[in-house]
Design a protein around this ligand. Structure first.
Ligand code: HEM
Length: 139
């Protein structure tokens, strides 16, 4: 899996290709909204949904802004909220393997709803597995 990720990184390295392939701000906003819609519907993600504020408006906006920068686009999260370290931002939450897998499952579903190529969906999913693994803070 990591070899495939390296290969795809090579492939998508040029300039802001990743951000563009993800649909720019509009496409990434749709991805973040679909992600939280899925989280609200799936049984597997009930627990992580309840870790969030009841009103998900800000969570949706923060994830979209963060992902723009993460996909090598404009640093919209930082512009509005300042720098973010993902680990410390989640350290008040109990995130074990089950919670991490639930988050990734929602992301996989949300990616499947986007008009991206299958290869790019796989690439984005693999890229997100890395920070998800770092955010996990218990077994
Ligand atoms: C590993 C599983 C994850 C879980 C269970 C999780 C859960 C959460 C929760 C519950 C919040 C809201 C925190 C609060 O309002 O107190 C949050 C915020 C956030 N998460 Fe995650 N998250 C996970 C992984 C990720 C990943 C992989 C990313 C980015 C690639 C991410 C990006 C964010 C961002 C940008 C915020 C807003 C931070 C802030 O401004 O405070 N999360 N997450």
């Amino acid at each position: 899996m990591s070899n495939k990720l390296e290969e795809l990184h090579e492939h998508y390295r040029e300039g802001d290709t990743q951000f563009e392939l993800a649909g720019g701000i509009e496409g990434i906003t749709k991805l973040a909204n679909d992600f939280y819609d899925v989280m609200g519907k799936r049984q597997e993600s009930r627990k992580i949904l309840h870790m969030h504020p009841t009103d998900l408006t800000e969570s949706r906006e923060k994830l979209a802004r963060f992902l723009c920068g993460y996909m090598n686009g404009p640093e919209l999260y930082e512009e509005k909220y300042g720098p973010l370290a993902l680990g410390p931002a989640h350290s008040h939450l109990a995130i074990g393997n089950t919670e991490k897998e639930a988050w990734l499952l929602c992301m996989k579903d949300a990616l499947s709803m986007q008009p991206y190529s299958q290869e790019f969906k796989d690439f984005m999913y693999m890229r997100l597995c890395v920070p998800a693994g770092r955010i996990q803070n218990r077994p």
